[in-house]
Design a protein around this ligand. Structure first.
Ligand code: HSE
Length: 306
């Protein structure tokens, strides 16, 4: 007998400006993931949609690695594995495509193996694989998450506070037509930052979380400001400041790099089309073609569909 589990996982936007490596948000863009376990030995993995042809369909696949990790931990009796990934989250753009793949693999494998792992177990395992929790946490729990990590490199424990604003917040994500790996976007960051910049970010991120949790979105403009990573990453994203200015001029409450970029995200209450069009036009002035998504916050996180 075979068993099939279908899972849907949201994309995520990490950092939100000031919350570098700590804050994340689940977004209403989803990857579909199907895991079938069979008694007959065999293996197949097929990727369709975003990343088809670029994502490995063998042992290097990160979702497959996540599945194997679950089975090592909880055991299972099947011999064959078939995986189908249908992706809508663009690859290497700052919308959490790798976190979505890891979480999909962990959640699907856990469900197929009898659901022994808790969401906290899944968060710890996902953080171990991804290296940081700010994308995997919202992909698991949905909503907005603040995450911290304790423990050493081999035994990371993630701690996550999750909340959901009671008002609609529009997320307009401009997607430029080039990829940027997280690794490359981290290589431009300094080893140390001036104390005044650290203090600047502490006040901004406190404002950010207060504004989001209280639904006082008028404070988001300041809350999104950052001096820890965006100034250093600006050179990797041509036109970044002009895109921010275009979004804000057209009614956005504030804007930031989505994750490690190169997507740029504007936060708004309405005016989404004007903001998205203006962001794309600003990129075009720097000879970068772009498109945009009009999203909002996904409240659910990874869901087992069947
Ligand atoms: N917090 C991470 C970074 C997110 O900015 O490098 C990458 O997905």
């Amino acid at each position: 007998m075979a068993i099939t589990v279908k899972v849907q996982v949201p994309g995520t936007t990490a950092n939100c400006g000031s919350g570098f490596d700590a804050v994340g948000m689940a977004c209403t863009i989803y990857n579909d993931f199907e895991l079938t376990l069979t008694e007959k030995p065999g293996f197949s993995l097929k990727v369709t949609g975003e990343g088809a042809g670029a994502i490995p369909e063998d042992d290097r696949n990160i979702a497959l690695q996540a599945i194997k990790l679950v089975f090592e931990k909880v055991g299972q009796n099947y011999q064959g594995i078939q995986i189908k990934m249908h992706n809508r989250i663009p690859l290497a753009r700052g919308l959490g495509s790798s976190a979505a793949a890891i979480v999909a693999g962990l959640v699907a494998a856990n469900e197929a193996a009898g659901g022994k792992l808790t969401k906290q177990d899944i968060l710890d395992m996902a953080t171990q694989i991804e290296g940081h929790p700010d994308n995997v946490a919202p992909a698991i729990f949905g909503g907005i998450t603040v995450s911290t990590v304790s423990g050493d490199k081999q035994n990371k424990k993630a701690h996550c506070l999750r909340f959901m604003p009671d008002k609609l917040l529009n997320l307009i994500v401009a997607v430029p037509d080039f990829k940027l790996s997280t690794k490359a976007a981290r290589q431009v960051l300094p080893e140390a930052v001036p104390l005044k910049d650290a203090v600047f970010n502490i006040s901004r991120v406190a404002m950010l979380i207060g504004a989001l949790s209280q639904g006082e979105f008028q404070h988001l403009g300041y809350g999104l400001e950052d001096r820890l990573h965006q100034p250093y990453r600006e050179k990797l994203i041509p036109g970044m400041q002009d895109v921010f200015k275009a979004a804000n001029k057209n009614g956005a409450l504030g804007s930031a790099i989505s994750g490690a970029g190169p997507c740029l995200i504007a936060f708004a209450e309405g005016n989404t089309k004007q903001i998205g069009d203006a962001m794309v036009a600003a990129f075009a002035k720097h000879n970068i073609s772009a498109s945009y998504y009009e999203l909002s916050i996904d409240p659910n996180g990874a869901k087992v569909i069947s």
